[in-house]
Ligand binder design. Structure first.
Ligand SMILES: *[C@@H]1O[C@H](CO)[C@@H](O)[C@H](O)[C@H]1NC(C)=O
Ligand SMILES: *[C@@H]1O[C@H](CO)[C@@H](O)[C@H](O)[C@H]1NC(C)=O
Ligand SMILES: *[C@@H]1O[C@H](CO)[C@@H](O)[C@H](O)[C@H]1NC(C)=O
Length: 395
């Protein structure tokens, strides 16, 4: 959907809980940790201070190099929102959930099929309090697709991808959808327990999400553990940040500078490392990684000069002819930054891995996406909101 490397930075924090010795058994030790999972949307691999000193993310850096931190530097995520989020919450590859080919659109009459169980549903059976603050993006047209139907006790945030960080209004992303819908910023997408939140019209999303996180944790019954999924929308565009917030960001282009400021602003709350793979399809066997199709390319959206890690050659990732026919083969031992395409040099290995990819593809579930926007979901039917409750769920 967005032609840029969409990497998600996420951090999983486990907190030991104070032993709540039960009166029945004073030796009972509760081994259920509190879990805080932070997802940061669109953060690039190099957009952290330990890879690019001009990005100021000292709190993240502290967390990343804490002695208790496990830094996952070879984990792969899908480059887009809905597939990545569905993997996290179901534990299943996107192509086995039917969301392999992109993100859910506004007015799309679809969602992650309800027969897939989500992580908080399991945690609830263990007695956890379960909360999500921020972005959902796994379908919203039927109430059964909403966070509160998928194991979360509480949700405050947006159903869709990219609301304005101040007005909390969203619009259809693609041009055909915009034409159909008649506008770009046309529906409020801000919800608490599925009730539209009109009272936050001038406040920045990150501020509100931090506040709601604290509130949920305060309200949480401390005798049980919690699972809190904090899914910031920032720094996903629109690139907005409070004007009063001045940081020492010296990037050359306005977008890059803004990005630096936005990260700075979000980062005291976030941390750790997930390394995103490509879109299209990819498979790794031992040291070899094969990518077919669009691996994600730099699109001039921001400058990429600030790195001493040559993480792929920007030029080779600009669209040159049909991306779907591109095949990349990398030797990750010799070339961990994936800059040397061996596909032509090693045709046998390439062939075997292409076969493997096809084999994996055969197990894919048909896509659940519906490309035609459904006007039943038009915000004008719902007091100008992206409300739920206008489609049937897939069964
Ligand atoms: C990944 O982490 C391991 C263990 O911390 C380290 O030895 C290795 O060099 C790292 N690899 C990269 C590519 O950063
Ligand atoms: C409908 O929208 C207006 C803002 O345009 C808002 O003030 C009002 O509370 C909404 N009504 C309901 C029932 O949510
Ligand atoms: C949600 O989907 C179910 C199953 O298809 C359907 O029975 C129900 O009416 C839908 N809800 C709404 C509000 O359309």
């Amino acid at each position: 959907m967005h032609a840029k490397p969409l990497l998600l930075l996420s951090l999983l924090l486990f907190f030991e809980r104070e032993c709540t010795a039960s009166t029945a058994n004073k030796f009972f030790v509760d081994q259920r940790p509190n879990i805080l999972f932070l997802m940061v949307d669109d953060l690039g691999f190099n957009d952290v201070s330990w890879r690019d000193p001009r990005m100021q993310t000292p709190e993240l850096e502290k967390l990343a190099f804490d002695k208790h931190t496990v830094l996952l530097n070879q984990s792969y995520v899908n480059q887009e929102c809905s597939p990545t989020r569905s993997s996290f919450l179901t534990g299943i590859y996107p192509h086995h959930v039917g969301v392999q080919d992109g993100v859910f659109q506004i007015m799309e009459p679809s969602g992650v099929p309800t027969w897939f169980k989500f992580l908080p549903e399991d945690l609830k059976t263990l007695g956890y309090g379960t909360y999500i603050v921020g972005k959902w993006h796994l379908g919203y047209c039927n109430e059964s697709y909403l966070p509160t139907s998928r194991g979360f006790d509480k949700h405050f945030g947006i159903y869709q991808a990219m609301a304005d960080h101040y007005t909390h209004f969203s619009g259809p992303i693609t041009r055909p959808m915009r034409e159909l819908a008649g506008g770009s910023d046309f529906g409020l997408d801000f919800w608490y327990q599925n009730v539209a939140q009109w009272g936050y019209g001038d406040r920045y999303s990150t501020d509100i999400y931090v506040e709601k996180t604290k509130l949920f944790l305060e309200e949480h019954d401390k005798s049980d553990p919690f699972f809190l999924y904090l899914a910031f929308q920032a720094p996903h565009f629109p690139l907005q940040v409070p004007k009063k917030y001045t940081m020492n960001c010296k990037q050359k282009t306005e977008d890059r500078r803004l990005l630096c400021v936005v990260y700075n602003y979000a980062q005291p709350e976030i941390g750790a490392d997930m390394f995103g793979g490509g879109s299209g399809a990819a498979v790794r066997v031992g040291k070899y990684k094969l990518i077919v199709g669009n691996p994600g390319y730099f699109n001039d959206w921001y400058e990429v000069d600030a790195t001493d890690i040559n993480w792929r050659n920007a030029d080779s990732y600009k669209p040159q002819g049909p991306l779907d026919s591109k095949v990349f083969l990398f030797d990750l031992n010799a070339d961990p930054t994936e800059s040397n395409n061996l596909a032509e040099q090693l045709p046998e290995i390439t062939e075997i891995m292409l076969e493997l990819l096809k084999e994996i593809g055969r197990s894919a579930m048909p896509s659940v996406h519906v490309s035609q926007a459904d006007l039943r979901g038009h915000p004008s039917n719902f007091n100008n909101t992206l409300a739920s409750g206008w489609c049937n769920y897939v069964d």
